[in-house]
Design a protein around this ligand. Structure first.
Ligand code: NDP
Ligand code: OXD
Length: 308
């Protein structure tokens, strides 16, 4: 196994130790230090440099060090016969839900305005809406936990997914573009938790934003490429949405000249809504390495046709 996580060497080291402890007879290297490339059957990647995976002719499995795997599916060096798996570490969906609840409740309870009032020494009670509707885009491993956390606060929660075959208690699930278009004007907060696929890239564009409710909130905790950023800047000027909480952006790190940095309608965080813990990831990845050797079905394998 080779772990390729440029810029995240400390986590790569902890993951390597965790894998060695769980699988003592498996050789584990951290890129760029490892043994014979033609003996490498599995790679763990987080944003590997382009072309690197071409150097492993015996590759059978690539695991993302995270819940999103679009960087692996978009790499032509990962041929169809190689299994692509996500790593949905314990605690990831809970941490993401905590971030989502914080972002939504901060908007609903007008905490940004109260913080501004405090700085101006102004004692000003502000009302907040009695009813509140959240629309969660993507009801997968992450979306379901966030949707349930919002529903537990008494919010009405709508969940958009590809198919509504599996109901989620407390969440009104919808599928298809017409249902999304109908739901958008009702949502006080829209939370994007979709995987990035050819069908979901650029979904949040001018026409999507124009259907959002005036004064509403957009939270993007999925991938920057779900959002057409110029369209979002125009939409914020029109107040639909009124505010955007962005944990992810199209180019990460966000370039210094980008208008999001000091836009009053944008709250930015540097892709930290939920961080994969290397120990928890080692559990899942070791399990998948064992399954790969035993010829058993892998955990969280990505369907290449669907792209998630
Ligand atoms: P899953 O694969 O478990 O769930 C994906 C969900 O999206 C499913 O409900 C699926 O529908 C829905 N979906 C997929 N394509 C479409 C479509 N075309 N139209 C409507 N719905 C669609 O993913 P996770 O929940 O594990 O993760 C989602 C994403 O969250 C990750 O891909 C990653 O990008 C992001 N993420 C971000 C983190 C951060 O720190 N910012 C941390 C963790 C994840 P259906 O249920 O019908 O199949
Ligand atoms: C993930 C992420 O996909 O951190 O897990 O974005």
């Amino acid at each position: 196994v080779v772990i390729i996580m440029p810029g995240r060497e400390a986590e790569a080291g902890r993951l390597a130790e965790g894998l060695r402890r769980r699988l003592p007879s498996t050789a584990v290297g951290v890129w760029p230090e490892y043994g014979a490339a033609d003996e490498v059957t599995a790679v763990v990647s987080w944003r590997h440099p382009p072309g690197v995976l071409e150097g492993f002719p015996a590759l059978r499995m690539v695991a993302s060090f995270g819940a999103g795997a679009e960087h692996l599916l978009e790499d032509a060096a990962v041929p169809a016969g190689v299994a692509v798996v996500r790593t949905v570490a314990d605690g990831l969906a809970r941490d993401l839900a905590e971030y989502v609840v914080a972002a939504v409740t901060r908007h609903r309870r007008r905490l940004r305005e109260h913080e501004r009032d405090q700085r101006r020494r102004r004692w000003r009670p502000r009302t907040y809406p009695a009813r509140w509707t959240d629309l969660v885009l993507g009801m997968g491993r992450m979306g379901v936990v966030s949707a349930r956390a919002l529903a537990a606060l008494g919010h009405e929660v709508l969940g958009w997914r590809r198919s509504v075959a599996a109901p989620v208690s407390g969440v009104n699930c919808l599928a298809g573009m017409p249902a999304l278009a109908d739901a958008l004007p009702d949502a006080d907060a829209v939370v994007c938790l979709l995987p990035l696929t050819p069908a979901t890239g650029d979904l949040i564009d001018e026409s999507f934003l124009a259907r959002m409710k005036p004064g509403s909130l957009l939270v993007n905790v999925a991938r920057g490429r779900h959002v057409v950023e110029d369209d979002l800047l125009d939409a914020l000027d029109r107040g639909r949405p009124k505010h955007a909480v962005l944990d992810v952006v199209r180019t990460e790190p966000l370039p210094p000249e980008h208008p999001f940095w000091d836009h009053p309608g944008v709250t930015l965080t540097p892709h930290v809504a939920a961080l994969t813990d290397p120990e928890a990831a080692a559990d899942r990845i070791a399990d998948n390495l064992r399954r790969l050797d035993a010829g058993e079905p892998l955990l969280d394998e990505v369907d290449r046709e669907l792209g998630y």
